[in-house]
Design a protein around this ligand. Structure first.
Ligand code: FA5
Length: 346
């Protein structure tokens, strides 16, 4: 038994001395101190031995274990020190290695492009909460409780304790219209001003290739003394022409949004056929982009500006839909699908 122990220790110490790398030392450690190592098997077998044998062998086994562990530690340190020394020796002539770097998500790219164009036209960027009060999302923009227009935007309501404190996940970026105007009127700032509001919005949608439950909108709000639909058309055409890098036309069609009067939907000339008619635009030459209109006087009043003094226009369009047109993306669900084969293309 003692001879066996001497052999085990000898073998272990030899292997430890021969170890050259951290992997080697780990291998030796498992082989000679692990549960199935000869030393552990011997230690376990002590249970079956007589008290005399235990008395004689116990200290020897302990010594053997201490010696192997001590030498393992020592060798580990030697290897690490040797490794550190090597690491300090740097070949300064070796070419650098490029680390992997990420890139912007296509929606961020599009949002920044749009912000650049609008800020160059004198617009300021405003922001608002995604978890919004019922007031700013609906009432302030002229959509009172029980108004049928609330059905136009399937809403996620937040569970709240009382009915007075109702909150929603904002259904559109129009929630910032009154917030932004109040901030200005509270400081005594009078129109003219031009604001854009990019942001995430939420609707309880059954998703399909062009509908998401979580998407982005881009709101624009221009208020002044004699702002008209002609101003809207001019700014919209300048924006879309710069965004798509080609001459774009904008047309408006009558529509209804409670926060504008008159209200309209607006279309841009088809980016694929340039307005001649093709399968992408169902041969019409036009593609629907968003809603717009002249700001309702009730909304200006909620923003802190006396009715009948100022006029303005507002519009809101879907950021994903615009990105889809620009990059010819066939399904809106790719944006948040998390498939890097999609995002790596940008
Ligand atoms: C609105 O949200 C109005 N707040 C827009 C507006 C602003 C009108 C200012 C007048 C004045 P609408 O629900 O139509 O309107 O949405 C506007 C745009 O958001 C749509 O044209 C479309 O581009 C985009 N959109 C709407 N629903 C979805 C959806 N489920 N998925 C992706 N994009 C959507």
């Amino acid at each position: 038994m003692k001879d066996q122990l001497v052999e085990i220790v000898k073998g272990a110490l030899e292997e430890i001395s021969a170890a050259k790398t951290l992997e080697d030392i780990e291998g030796v450690r498992v082989r000679h101190t692990g549960k199935k190592s000869p030393l552990s098997v011997l230690i376990k077998s002590m249970k079956e031995r007589t008290p005399e044998e235990k008395k004689e062998l116990g200290p020897a086994l302990n010594d053997a274990r201490t010696e192997i562990h001590g030498r393992l530690e020592e060798r580990l340190q030697e290897i690490e020190e040797a490794f550190d020394g090597a690491a300090e020796w740097v070949d300064v002539t070796a070419p650098g290695k490029k680390g992997p770097s990420g890139h912007l998500h296509p929606l961020t790219i599009v949002q920044r492009d749009i912000e650049d164009i609008f800020t160059s036209m004198g617009f300021e960027i405003a922001d608002g909460p995604e978890v919004e009060t019922e007031y700013y999302n609906f009432d302030a923009v002229n959509v009172p409780d029980n108004h049928p227009a609330r059905d136009m935007q399937d809403t996620f309501w937040i569970e709240t304790k009382s009915d007075e404190d109702r909150h929603v996940l904002r259904t559109h970026t129009s929630n910032v219209q009154v917030r932004a105007m109040q901030e200005k009127s509270d400081q005594g700032i009078k129109p003219p001003f031009r604001i854009i509001v990019p942001g995430r919005v939420f609707r309880q949608e059954a998703t399909d290739a062009s509908h998401e439950h979580t998407f982005h909108q881009f709101e624009a709000l221009v208020v002044g003394e004699d702002v008209s639909v002609a101003n809207f058309l001019h700014i919209a055409e300048s924006f879309f022409s710069q965004f798509f890098g080609q001459d774009m036309k904008v047309r408006v069609r009558p529509s209804y949004f409670p926060f504008v009067e008159p209200g309209f939907e607006f279309d841009i000339s088809c980016t694929i056929c340039g307005g001649d008619g093709c399968s992408s635009c169902q041969q019409t030459g036009w593609i629907e982009v968003g809603g717009a209109g002249m700001v309702h006087q009730n909304v200006l009043e909620a923003g802190g500006y006396e009715k009948g003094v100022y006029t303005g226009f507002a519009w809101g369009f879907g950021l994903e839909r615009l990105a889809m047109m620009k990059y010819r993306i066939d399904d809106i669900r790719h944006f948040h699908g998390g498939d890097v084969r999609f995002t790596r293309q940008f």
